[in-house]
Design a protein around this ligand. Structure first.
Ligand code: SAM
Length: 460
């Protein structure tokens, strides 16, 4: 029987096995298991085999299920704000430059000046991709997003953008035609169907629901016939294969070609465009066949600076994004909106308290100060003077991958994650904190989107 995320979760729960414990006995990272169970990603065959073998080992499963929790009661206590730590969080010169750049993006977006070009946003999330395009002079005429809370955030920031619908699969040809009539011409369609929206079956099985999202994206392309389409996705997509052994990225390119577009894909890292974060993504740029432009992306603006003749600015760092924010420890609030720290249990603070920047609690010499399971990318501190690690939707969880502040002993606040993702402080967020974290973690960094939009604008 084929193992799906849902069947695995059900089987694991029947055995009374937590996700962390299954990850431990299969010796795989828990985040892979979590993504698979949420049906957000597939597992490579060797990992799937490791999971099957672990589940088949009933002796080990029973032993792990029976094992008492090391920390049954979570005790919380106030954490000392040490002056020497506060002093380490020094403000960088670039911080003022960066925060001003974000302010400029926001004012260009909200300016009353007429925007000469137009865009349509699909899979809009909380609006990161759209914000960059809007700031570069594109009127985002319409949008579409599945999640209620994210749609609300989007509407708060793009009140004049027409909400085309929620679930793209429920948009009928009639409502698509009517949206085209309402919106008129569109220069660029932006958006990235989530990963599982790409068929891995290779057989073009129309009943495979994973085919749906990309197929629906192309329905919009067929109706609006924009000059450009830009798709963003995780870089992992470039190595994903369909069951016939072909690459999913090639399937995407072939489909666009069939629909009358020239297309190229580019692997990018957001840090090369001034975003203070390592964020590896793939961008597909499609150009309508009758438009005489070669699909391309803008040149990098930032780089390592190893070459003295380089015109690139130095890579931006965690400190460049966040060093003006008040220093807070676990459980503390500041008077800045969304700059509020999650309160962590004392034993976790204890594991992490003396962990140096760039290291994990798993690296502690004293075994009693190491988390009971997991990889050393979890419970890991970021580095103040380096670009931040990829912001994910789980950035509020101290147990997640590289979510610990470089100096304070806590996970990242929403304001910090928003800054690292290049959202201006003026951008409005609403709804549950969970939805806000999801929106921010999934977004295309507005500054990256802005650079792409300025580049395409040259050809329009
Ligand atoms: C990677 S996020 C997009 C982030 C967005 N580009 C931004 O910059 O903020 C993908 C979005 O697609 C939405 N989505 C997933 N399935 C969908 C569907 N069937 N119809 C419409 N939206 C969908 C998800 O809710 C999620 O917000």
């Amino acid at each position: 029987m084929k193992i799906t995320g849902t069947t695995l979760r059900q089987h694991r729960q029947t055995l009374g096995l937590s996700q962390a414990k299954l990850a431990e006995i299969a010796d795989i990272p828990q985040h892979m298991l979590s993504a698979f169970e949420l049906e957000k990603a597939d597992l490579p065959m060797h990992v799937l085999n490791a999971v099957s073998n672990a589940l088949a080992n009933s002796e080990k499963v029973t032993a792990v299920v029976k094992r008492a929790k090391r920390y049954r009661d979570h005790k919380y206590a106030e954490v000392q704000k040490l002056p020497e730590r506060v002093a380490k969080a020094t403000r960088t010169n670039e911080n003022a430059v960066y925060t001003q750049a974000l302010k400029n993006i926001y004012s260009a977006h909200s300016s009353a000046q007429e925007k000469p070009l137009s865009a349509l946003s699909l899979f809009s999330g909380c609006g990161g991709f759209s914000l960059g395009f809007s700031a570069a002079g594109f009127l985002v005429k319409g949008f579409l997003e599945l999640e209620d809370d994210l749609r609300k955030i989007y509407k708060l920031n793009f009140p004049n953008s027409v909400e085309i619908g929620s679930d793209i699969t429920g948009i009928t040809q009639e409502s698509l035609a009517s949206a085209a009539k309402t919106l008129g011409g569109i220069d660029v369609i932006i958006g990235g169907p989530p990963c599982q929206g790409f068929s891995l079956s290779g057989k073009r099985d129309v009943s495979d629901p994973r085919n749906e999202l990309f197929k629906h994206y192309l329905r919009f392309v067929d109706v609006f016939r924009p000059k450009f389409a830009v798709l963003e996705n995780v870089r992992l997509l470039t190595s994903m294969k369909n069951r016939e052994g072909g690459f999913v990225k090639d399937d995407i390119c072939n489909e666009f070609t069939k629909h009358g577009y020239r297309i190229e894909y580019f692997e990018v890292n957001a840090k090369d465009y001034g975003v203070p974060q390592h964020r590896e993504r793939v961008l597909f740029v499609a150009v309508r066949d009758d438009v005489c432009v070669i699909p391309s992306l803008p040149n990098f603006t930032h780089g390592d600076g190893g070459d003295m003749f380089s015109s690139l600015s130095p890579l931006r760092t965690f400190a460049d994004a966040c060093s003006d924010l008040p220093y807070i420890e676990s459980g503390e609030k500041s008077n800045l909106p969304l700059h509020e720290a999650v309160k962590h249990p004392m034993h976790v603070i204890d594991w992490l308290w003396d962990v140096p920047q760039g290291f994990s609690a798993h690296d502690n010499k004293d075994p009693s100060k190491r988390p009971p399971s997991g990889y050393n990318t979890t419970y890991k501190r970021q580095v103040w003077n380096e670009p931040a690690s990829t912001v994910q939707t789980t950035f509020g969880m101290i147990s997640g991958c590289r979510n610990v502040h470089p100096i304070a002993t806590r996970s990242l606040t929403i304001r910090e994650a928003a800054r690292l993702q290049s959202f201006p402080d003026e951008y409005l967020f609403s709804g549950s904190l969970g939805s806000v974290r999801t929106g921010i973690g999934n977004a295309v960094p507005p500054l990256l989107a802005y650079n792409i939009a300025l580049h395409l604008k040259k050809f329009l």
